[in-house]
Design a protein around this ligand. Structure first.
Ligand SMILES: Cc1cc2nc3c(=O)[nH]c(=O)nc-3n(C[C@H](O)[C@H](O)[C@H](O)COP(=O)(O)OP(=O)(O)OC[C@H]3O[C@@H](n4cnc5c(N)ncnc54)[C@H](O)[C@@H]3O)c2cc1C
Length: 378
């Protein structure tokens, strides 16, 4: 039973789809419920940077989980592309963080110092070095931290590939059907009730509903996942202006291939506490554009392609919620991935498949990501 559980997944973003695909490949029968007919959660909105060294505040559990995520991505992308017969555009493009004043340079330098001391592939650059990595940057960006092995992927292509791969692995995809309630049966999870009133029995239920995860009824205790809005825009280019990811004051830049194969530059992103409203506002997006132009002056000529917003699933300590509920056997949490759910999808999916099969999550992640940690539990 434990090695072949029937699982219901709640949510069809990258986390739910990746978990469903992984479980199905391990032989489980899986049904995935996604509220929207075409998923448009954080995954659709994301930049697709795979940058644990750029995101980790310190050498803690997030960094080790993120590094495991980055290490998993190349093979995962290849397997996914083969299964789905679609590209996901994984690219080992590196990330350059730049500073134009002493305070920002000192912050980058502190990051360089601890990451260099820990043996990561990080390079400290003077102006000439910055110019070599990204010649289009304005001269004021005089200090740089280069992370050459960081990567990117196209999250929308990845979402579509995962949908195709999950379907061909036998996952039953029920898009356009929201789950309303987690059900109990004999002291453990029993399945779900949908918003249409249907009841679906399952041995395991995986909560992967992104920023909306805390709104499910039937959870044993409040789940403090909240929406953290991010606004973005993309610019049309005749030719790429940077090869890799770039971040400076107020904006980051991500090269991307448009649906028509033409080069785009994605510019992100705001971080706002704005409830569940998924909307852009002109002052915020215009501010991102100005910050991008301060990085690369030639972007002033680039026509805008699109602007959009998405809701990151944030948690009080910015760490994911990943583990089995200690009071409701079979209830698995895979949510709260905040700014890094694309990076963390492959390792989260592996972890979920293991948890559903009765395996333990390794330390230090089990403790750091424990679903009960906000309520005094471990
Ligand atoms: C602007 C922006 C930029 C970002 N950039 C990056 C980046 O560069 N790199 C990175 O790693 N991460 C990035 N992220 C974060 C990343 O997008 C998220 O961490 C990740 O997408 C979370 O995936 P998810 O599957 O948990 O959530 P989502 O993608 O939001 O999916 C959750 C799904 O659950 C569905 N749902 C909700 N309630 C229910 C219900 N009751 N029943 C059924 N379905 C339900 C929703 O419709 C949704 O489709 C970014 C996010 C934003 C907003």
């Amino acid at each position: 039973m434990a090695s072949r559980p029937d699982a219901v997944i709640v949510g069809g973003g990258i986390i739910g789809l990746a978990a469903a695909w992984t479980l199905a490949r391990r032989g489980a029968t899986v049904t995935l419920f996604e509220r929207d007919p075409v998923p448009r959660g954080a995954t659709w909105a994301a930049g697709g940077m795979l940058v644990p060294l750029g995101e980790a505040p310190d050498p803690g559990p997030f960094l080790s989980f993120g590094l495991a995520g980055l290490a998993a991505w190349p093979d995962w992308a290849r397997t996914l592309e083969e299964a789905a017969e679609r590209p996901v555009d994984f690219t080992r493009c590196g990330k350059l963080l730049v500073a134009d004043d002493a305070e920002a340079a000192a912050a980058l330098r502190r990051r360089f110092d601890w990451q260099d001391a820990d043996g990561h592939d990080v390079r400290w650059l003077d102006r000439a070095g910055v110019e070599r990595v990204a010649p289009a940057l304005a001269p004021r960006w005089a200090h740089g931290l280069h992370l050459p092995d960081q990567a990117r992927v196209d999250p929308r292509r990845t979402g579509r590939a995962l949908t195709a791969a999950a379907r061909s692995a036998g996952v039953e995809l029920r898009f356009g059907e929201a789950v309303e309630q987690i059900l109990r049966l004999d002291g453990r999870v029993g399945g779900v009730r949908t918003a249409h009133g249907a009841t679906v029995a399952a041995g395991a239920v995986v909560v992967a509903a992104g920023a909306w995860s805390g709104g499910l009824s039937g959870l044993p205790r409040p789940l403090p996942v909240r929406p953290v809005r991010g606004q973005m825009l993309s610019l049309e280019l005749d030719a790429p202006v940077v090869d890799g990811l770039v971040a400076g004051a107020g904006a980051y830049l991500i090269p991307r291939r448009g649906e028509d194969d033409r080069p785009l530059l994605v510019v992100g992103a705001s971080m706002e506490e704005a409830g569940f409203t998924v909307a852009t506002d002109d002052p915020t997006v215009d501010g991102l554009r100005r910050a991008a132009e301060a990085l690369v002056p030639e972007l002033r000529e680039a026509p805008e392609h699109a602007r959009w917003a998405g809701l990151r699933p944030g948690t009080p300590d910015d760490l994911p919620v990943l583990g089995v509920d200690p009071e409701l056997d079979g209830l698995v949490y895979a949510t709260g991935h905040h700014r890094n759910g694309i990076l963390l999808a492959p390792v989260t999916a592996e972890a979920v498949a293991g948890l559903v099969a009765g395996e333990m999550l390794s330390e230090p992640w089990a403790r750091a990501f424990a679903p009960t940690r906000f309520h005094g539990g471990r």
